[in-house]
Design a binder for this molecule. Structure first.
Ligand SMILES: Cc1cc2nc3c(=O)[nH]c(=O)nc-3n(C[C@H](O)[C@H](O)[C@H](O)COP(=O)(O)OP(=O)(O)OC[C@H]3O[C@@H](n4cnc5c(N)ncnc54)[C@H](O)[C@@H]3O)c2cc1C
Length: 567
């Protein structure tokens, strides 16, 4: 399906809104010069538009399938993967020590968004591998790093993450997969994992599974979990794929969308595994992978939103219906204009939020500063949940713009909505993200949140001279958000926080959206100012209702009984 990479938006946001200049000014990321940045954006855009986007429909129509225990991928996916791997896009941000390019996560975020917008099902494979590389860099022994990371970076081998079991979904601590020491430094891994993305394929030489399992002396819950590297083919003495390990793909799921991405039930039957990180320290190691993947999944939401918007806009410029002025196309109707502008304004806000998040990760990496780390940690659940919600909402509105044709598969509008739907569910459901935001991420009493709010207010103050109305609206919104943040941080009863967690997260994202749109109006052309005016006047006010919802706490909500719901 046609897709045009939003290169000028990336460039504008990086140059004028999210502070990428700070990243490029660090010694650590000195290679991220404007020329290098432009070259990356241009090349990734070309690959996404010319090679990956044409594969998207084939992935939907010809799902990955299991044939005699081997996963056969959708037509063209092997070539698409090869283009991603040989282009060096998988290991862009991996450390140079292990063959990566050591480039900022901000650049990887732009590339991941383009890949996702072009072909989400295929993009999920390198995304998983990127997360695995980061987990190994932080937690694996030198021997494991040396053996696995270069192959993962080159894309010769791909990585997966294995957390979920039938009884252990959001509650990872309930997992039952066992790890028993073999007495030679390796472990025997036994158990079943479900929903494992890209657990096998017919284009990489090996598949590296990172598996969470419990050692015999592991206590119940998350504290007793350890992490293991369990390769499909056990590397021989030269590091080449050797004998098959005791694991297999049992079946592939029949899914609502994302058909090109194989989602497997995995059986481990005493498979040989190597410990990654400390015994019983598996969750810490897996969190490194999940945090990386959470920003990656956020970019999936933005990528699909962008693709769905482009698709809907093209249709709205062509379809004629009713007495529309001007071109006579449905785009001229106020309600269609409203839908498309809402799609555009939210996609833009979501993109800016992922890039702000990535800049914080890069600055934390380059400077080691606790403040940047706290900012990155605070923004991650907001990015993951808001941007995937935006992906779903924009794709759903895209169907609406198409009218009846949106419901007909041939237009492709429905595929975007089906493919992106899972992004609000995997990598921690959006509800769990919001709970993380109001509990763990407010454990500092709201310090990280207040620093961001201060920045938003300063931005609004500075914009008052040129855009007084817009600036005032953003400033007021930040003030309201500050009051509710103070209220939340003061709630000792966690359920009072959890009851309002989702509306609070969305309100925070709405206000961040106001901030980035305002900055774009100040620094950009008349087109960006018109989009900012739409967002700030018509979409930002949503925060008022969301914050009121947040502050209602849990009492009335939990008083509603199951019988009330069934009545
Ligand atoms: C296509 C696909 C690909 C996937 N890929 C992978 C993969 O590669 N690796 C992997 O390990 N897993 C993967 N998953 C699994 C995914 O991460 C889980 O589905 C997800 O974590 C939710 O778990 P669950 O499905 O058991 O839902 P449940 O945990 O049963 O949740 C059901 C509902 O209850 C809510 N809920 C649950 N617990 C709480 C709580 N404590 N407080 C408030 N609300 C709660 C949830 O938010 C959700 O709305 C994938 C899933 C899918 C569908």
């Amino acid at each position: 399906m046609p897709y045009r990479a939003p290169v000028s938006d990336f460039r504008f946001l990086m140059d004028h809104v999210v502070g990428f200049d700070q990243v490029a000014a660090t010694d650590h990321f000195a290679e991220a010069t404007p020329d290098m940045t432009q070259a990356i954006l241009t090349e990734a855009a070309k690959m996404s538009e010319d090679i990956l986007a044409p594969l998207n429909r084939a992935g939907d129509l010809h799902p990955a399938r299991l044939e005699n225990g081997i996963v056969r991928t959708s037509p063209g996916f092997a070539e698409g993967y090869d283009a991603i791997a040989t282009g060096g896009w998988i290991g862009m941000s991996a450390s140079q020590d292990n063959g990566g390019l050591g480039l900022p996560m901000t650049l990887t975020t732009t590339v991941n968004e383009m890949l996702a917008g072009a072909c989400l099902a295929l993009q999920l494979s390198p995304l998983m591998t990127q997360g695995q590389i980061e987990a190994l860099e932080h937690h694996a022994s030198d021997a494991i790093k040396a053996l696995y990371i270069p192959k993962l970076v080159s894309g010769e081998w791909n990585g997966t993450m294995n957390l979920t079991e039938p009884q252990a979904g959001s509650d990872v601590g309930a997992l039952r997969t066992k790890a028993e020491p073999n007495g030679d430094g390796t472990y025997a891994i036994t158990g079943q994992k479900i929903y494992i993305s890209w657990a096998d394929n017919d284009f990489t030489q090996n598949v590296c599974h990172l598996v969470l399992a419990r050692l015999p002396d592991g206590v119940a819950g998350t504290k007793g979990i350890s992490l293991f590297m369990v390769p499909k083919l056990i590397p021989d003495a030269d590091g080449n794929p050797g004998t098959p390990n005791d694991l297999r793909v049992v079946s592939l799921e029949h899914k609502m969308g994302l058909h090109g991405s194989p989602t497997a039930v995995m059986e481990y039957s005493g498979a040989t595994g190597w410990l990654v990180g400390e015994e019983h320290g598996g969750m810490a190691a897996m969190f490194t992978m999940m945090n990386n993947a959470r920003l990656g999944v956020a970019t999936q939401g933005v990528g699909i939103a962008e693709a769905a918007l482009q698709h809907a806009l093209a249709y709205a410029q062509d379809r004629k219906q009713g007495k529309a002025p001007g071109s006579g196309a449905i785009l001229e109707h106020a309600d269609v204009r409203r839908m498309l502008t809402t799609m555009k304004a939210d996609t833009y806000a979501a993109r800016a939020i992922t890039l702000m998040n990535a800049v914080a990760i890069d600055m934390a990496h380059a400077t080691g500063s606790a403040e940047w780390q706290a900012r990155a940690a605070f923004l991650t659940p907001i990015s993951k949940a808001f941007c995937t919600d935006v992906g779903c909402e924009v794709a759903a509105t895209g169907i609406q713009v198409h009218g009846g044709m949106g419901f007909i598969e041939e237009t492709g509008a429905a595929q975007y909505a089906r493919d992106v739907r899972v992004a609000t569910i995997y990598e921690g459901t959006n509800g769990i993200q919001a709970m993380d935001l109001v509990a763990r991420k407010l454990m500092d009493g709201g310090e990280a949140a207040f620093r961001i709010l201060e920045e938003i207010e300063q931005g609004a103050e500075a914009a008052k001279a040129t855009h007084p109305q817009l600036a005032e609206a953003v400033w007021q919104a930040a003030e309201s958000l500050r009051e509710t943040t103070e209220w939340l941080a003061a709630q000792d009863d966690l359920n009072a926080r959890f009851a309002g967690a989702v509306p609070y997260l969305r309100a925070f994202a709405r206000v961040l959206g106001g901030h980035v749109h305002l900055a774009s109006a100040v620094k950009g052309d008349a087109s960006r100012a018109r989009l900012a005016t739409f967002y700030i006047k018509r979409m930002l006010p949503e925060h008022t209702g969301l914050l009121a919802h947040t502050r209602e706490g849990a009492t009335d909500l939990m008083a509603i009984t199951a019988d009330d719901l069934a009545a």
